[in-house]
Design a protein around this ligand. Sequence first.
Ligand code: NAD
Ligand code: GLY
Length: 388
Amino acid sequence: MDLRSAGSSELPQSGAGNAGVRQLQVSLGDRSYPIRIGTNLLGDEALWSTLLPSVASRKIALVTNDRVGPLYAKTLEQALSNLGCQISTIVLPDGEQHKTLEGFGKVIDGLMQARMERKSTLIALGGGVVGDMAGFAASCYQRGMPFIQVPTTLLAQVDSSVGGKTAVNHPLGKNMVGAFYQPQAVVIDLNTLSTLADQELSAGMAEVIKYGCIMDEAFFQWLETHVDGLMSRDPELLAQAVYRCCELKAKVVAMDERESGARALLNFGHTFGHAIGSAMGYGQWLHGEAVGCGMRIASELSCQLGLIDISTKRRIERLIAAAGLPTQAPNWPAKAYLSAMAHDKKAESGEIRYVLLQAMGQAFVRPVDDQAVSQALEASQGPIELQD
Ligand code: NAD
Ligand code: GLY
């Protein structure tokens, strides 16, 4: 599971500008699809006409939520309607607490009521919650209808919209009901990041930092240099970060679409993060916040096992903190974490497998005994060291 070769290409050069549309491809044979990254893409009729070539595909179900819809649906609807599309908009309630089988049912109801056909297109406009839930509905409706991801949070742009993992939560576990189902395209309009709350930007940065930790030391260093600019939403820096993350994710997905190997490394920090999320109740901590704190615990564990040195661990802790993410794990007994993690779907035959670092930019998966995990959890409940 060596991801270093997947992380070998250069960062887009500063000054490449975000005026032009950056293009990537997720290579999966006849299910390959493009990722387009740029500004003003929601209203870009020329782009949409290439993504919706047939008359059948221009019957559209636009799935969004009651927060994102009022901000962005109109621009997209206008562009689609200028192309002669027939659009039905399905508006879901906002929030992770609605990422349920009931929410999924609402999307299916909307598709039925609008008489969507098998070759119609579902467009998911929103963050990871809308993308995961609408994508899952697309995978099931008439045994699978085409869908396009239009992610509007940083987290969804750098991670959830790419790779075809779709799901809803079950009361006993996160993302427990879902399918691998690839979109036809991912359209990333960077302008949408301007309306994102600061806390949501931080949550997205957790997944950005993850890529540096597990597969790209140079990108990690670049993030250390530019974290303040990213947090103040410098558009060129955000464009570069989104591009690099999508490039890395596309490579991992092409190597291991169904997570039988390398893709599992993308779960760095997630096993601990999901335990925080499920024990707190969904929606108390944002997914990205829980992952950020989970990466601190995973780094602590890697350090205590002698896999990385203290200075590498501290670099990770400081970058997580500089991105505005929580670093102190909730003050629960280790056994509460262990029990929550045993429910997580990353447990295999009852054994929890942890994503650990063996150097900055290099990760691997292995089980760890509960005592070592408990020690790392306890150490992660204290403050981080800001000085070496
Ligand atoms: P989210 O979808 O809940 O969005 C966060 C908040 O921002 C919501 O209130 C949303 O309405 C709002 N919002 C979205 N875009 C906005 C914009 N442009 N301006 C203003 N507000 C906006 O959360 P998220 O962080 O995007 O995604 C988290 C979800 O993604 C979790 O359910 C997680 O499980 C899932 N996820 C999936 C994958 C995958 O591979 N499928 C990967 C990572 C995370
Ligand atoms: N976010 C983890 C994955 O897509 O595999």
